[in-house]
Structure formats: C-alpha cells, structure tokens
Design a protein around this ligand. Structure first.
Ligand SMILES: NC(=O)c1ccc[n+]([C@@H]2O[C@H](COP(=O)([O-])OP(=O)(O)OC[C@H]3O[C@@H](n4cnc5c(N)ncnc54)[C@H](OP(=O)(O)O)[C@@H]3O)[C@@H](O)[C@H]2O)c1
Length: 291
C-alpha cells in the first residue's frame, strides 16, 4: 500500500469529513475506469469523484467494492445530470446512480449544473434534501452554482449546500464566488484544478516549482490546499496520480501563495459557463460533443 502522506481532510457543514485531495474521473472511458480507480486507491486516494453524466459510475463502483477497503474509508461523490432535474426525475436518477455504483449510499450527491434556463434547480434541491434526510446521501451540494443560484437555494429552502464544486485554478480562481462560499460556510471543491493542464506552463508556476524543488502540478495543488479548497485532479498515469497526491506535503511560502493569487484572469476559464451551460448530458449529447 501507499507510503504517501494521507490527504488532509476538511469538515463539511453536514459534520462529515472529506479528504481534501480526491481523484477526478471525467473523460476516463467507462472501460478504463475500474482500472484507473483501482490504481488511485492503491496509491492512497480515498475520495473519488464521478457523475451520472460521465457514464463511468459502474467502473467506480467495481473498484470501490472490490478494493477490500471499508466502505466508510472511501468518500464517493456522484452528480445528477442536467437531463434529470426536477423532483421525480431526480429521485429516479439518484436510484440509477446507486445501482450503477453498487452502493447503498453516497458520501456526496451534487446537482451538476444549475441550468437556469430550465428553472428546476430549487425543486431539484428539495429532492436532494429528502434524499439526504433518508440517509442515502451523507452530504448534498451543488456544482457550477453562481452567486444568484446559491443565494436563491438558501433563501427558498434554508438548506446551505455542503460544497459548491466549481472550476477553479490559479489562472481562473473566482475571488468573489469563493468569498461568498466562505461566508455561507460552503466548501469550494475545485474542478479542473490544474486548468486541465493549462496552468502548469504558467511562468510563475514553473518558476516557483523550480525554486522549491517540486513540480508545477504540485505547486498548483498546494496553492489550492492552502486556500482551503478540496481538489479532484484527474490523471490516467500512476506517476502523475502519485505526484498529485504528494502535493499534500508541499508547503508554499506566503509570498509564493500571493504571487499565485495574482494570476486570476476573467478569461482564464477552460470549461463551460454556468450562466448558459444547458447541455442535457445524455450519452448522445456527450458523444456529439466529443466527451
Ligand atoms: N462539476 C463539473 O462540472 C466538472 C467539470 C470538469 C471536471 N470535473 C471534475 O474535476 C476533475 C478534474 O478536472 P479535469 O479532468 O477537467 O482537469 P484537471 O484535473 O485540471 O487536469 C487534467 C489534465 O491534466 C493532466 N494531468 C494530471 N496530472 C498531471 C500532472 N501531475 N502533470 C501534468 N499533467 C497532469 C491530465 O492528463 P493525463 O490523464 O494524461 O495524466 C489531464 O489532461 C474531473 O475529472 C471531474 O471529476 C467536474
């Protein structure tokens, strides 16, 4: 088993703990997912992020259930795809996700995107609250929610999401949205934490890595950890999986962290814009988009 340091944990507003470094599985093909997640677990990851819209929940479940690890020692997140918003559809979709995963509960269930044009996210959130209250999801949260969406959920239901999983990385770290999450007690889970690789070539990142004797990916991930983010980097390469998990042991000086804070650009986004992203996330839709 791994000799890497255990990933640190954060406590969510549900009182559950979440390993601060997780393993992302977006764009890992279904037939490769079991092996990739088995590798991640053997390296020491204890937090796996999947989604109904990734069509690889079955591979995640096979790896988790076949790992020999206690269920409570692995944090599993999945997400409701856009096509399944609305109370009844959400319940059925959640049950399909549990079936695909082969689990009787998930640690975290997220609304994948707000899809404001459909205006179903409040009704969907109310169903997630019921799912949580039945013990089927230990914590519930959202993903890609902008300030208006978050404030409306809290205003209309009184239930604050445990996390908001958002695109965040040094070149696009969204100071205002993160500040609102902090004020509400919502943990920020940074997706595309490496900017899908784009941040790794940034000259500031490269020069800090050279100076402190780590890799660019570790500098970026250490920055996330220092500002209190959960991170879910994805790699299909065991050496990179280990490199990313080992970022927990990399300490940045305040000066280095401040330099990284200055890299934010409003045009640094690598993923979809939640204000307009409304793809249904069906398999046909994903294939058409090359995902
Ligand atoms: N909620 C949402 O809407 C949403 C959207 C996007 C992603 N996510 C989640 O966030 C996870 C991570 O995001 P992401 O996959 O978009 O981007 P990412 O983790 O920022 O970057 C992944 C890319 O970086 C490469 N990489 C990983 N580690 C590396 C290292 N140490 N050195 C050099 N290159 C490295 C990977 O290549 P190799 O695989 O070839 O190593 C891959 O091309 C996803 O898997 C998914 O679970 C959520």
């Amino acid at each position: 088993m791994s000799t890497l340091p255990d990933a640190p944990v954060l406590t969510l507003n549900s009182a559950a703990t979440i390993p601060q470094i997780g393993f992302g599985t977006f764009q890992i093909p279904p037939e490769q997912t079991r092996a990739a997640v088995e590798e991640a677990l053997s390296i020491g990851y204890r937090h796996i992020d999947t989604a109904a819209g990734y069509y690889n929940e079955a591979g995640v479940g096979e790896a988790v259930n076949g790992s020999g690890l206690a269920r409570d020692d692995i944090f599993v997140t999945t997400k409701l795809r856009n096509y399944d918003q609305g109370a009844n559809r959400a319940r059925e979709a959640f049950e399909r996700s549990l079936d695909a995963l082969g689990l009787d509960r998930v640690d975290l269930y997220l609304i994948h995107w707000p899809v404001p044009s459909a205006d179903l996210y409040v009704e969907t959130w109310e169903e997630l609250i019921r799912i949580r209250d039945e013990g089927l999801a230990t914590s519930i949260g959202v993903s890609n929610f902008l300030p208006d969406h978050l404030l409306r959920l809290v205003d209309e239901t009184g239930v604050v999401p445990a996390v908001n999983q958002i695109e965040a990385h040094p070149l696009f770290h969204r100071p205002e949205l993160r500040a609102l999450c902090r004020d509400l007690g919502v943990v920020v889970e940074a997706y595309s934490p490496l900017g899908q690789g784009a941040d790794l070539a940034d000259p500031t990142v490269v020069s800090i890595a050279d100076r402190i004797g780590s890799t660019p990916a570790q500098v970026v991930l250490a920055w996330h950890l220092s500002v209190g983010h959960v991170v879910i980097p994805k790699s299909v390469h065991p050496d990179r999986m280990a490199e990313n998990l080992a970022a927990a042991a990399v300490a940045l000086s305040d000066v280095d962290a401040d330099e990284l804070n200055l890299l934010h650009r409003e045009d640094g986004r690598v993923g979809g814009d939640p204000a307009t992203f409304s793809f249904p996330q069906t398999l046909e839709d994903m294939k058409a988009r090359g995902e």
